[in-house]
Design a protein around this ligand. Structure first.
Ligand code: ZN
Length: 113
């Protein structure tokens, strides 16, 4: 399961962050997930909760914000949302599209007690 490996990575980052702050409990973890990563927030939340059991992150809230996939046309400069992975400029029909956002998968913040 794709999300399980990602959840494991998120948990490790959260635990490292908490340890470096001497925190005893993790209450909330904010994650930015680009549309292109294909992450399903519910599945990620489920995986995170399963892995966090028995750690100081047990019961923490995983807040996943999905970042839409955006592309900029290299020919006309049009910035648009890319739907259904169709990398074609709606303005001029060019297929020279640079991905601007939607590939990220980062832990934005870790809230601790
Ligand atoms: Zn264009």
């Amino acid at each position: 399961m794709h999300e399980m490996a990602i959840a494991q990575g998120i948990l490790e980052i959260a635990l490292d962050t908490a340890a470096s702050h001497g925190a005893g409990k993790i209450t909330r973890v904010r994650v930015l997930a680009g549309e292109l990563t294909g992450v399903v927030p519910e599945a990620l939340d489920f995986g995170f909760n399963a892995l966090a059991a028995g750690t100081i992150a047990a019961g923490a809230c995983l807040a996943v914000q999905v970042i839409p996939l955006m592309g900029r046309c290299r020919d006309c400069g049009q910035l648009d949302n890319i739907s259904k992975y169709r990398f074609i400029c709606e303005q001029c029909g060019s297929s020279a599209i640079d991905i601007v956002s939607g590939r990220e998968l980062t832990v934005e913040s870790v809230e601790v007690e």
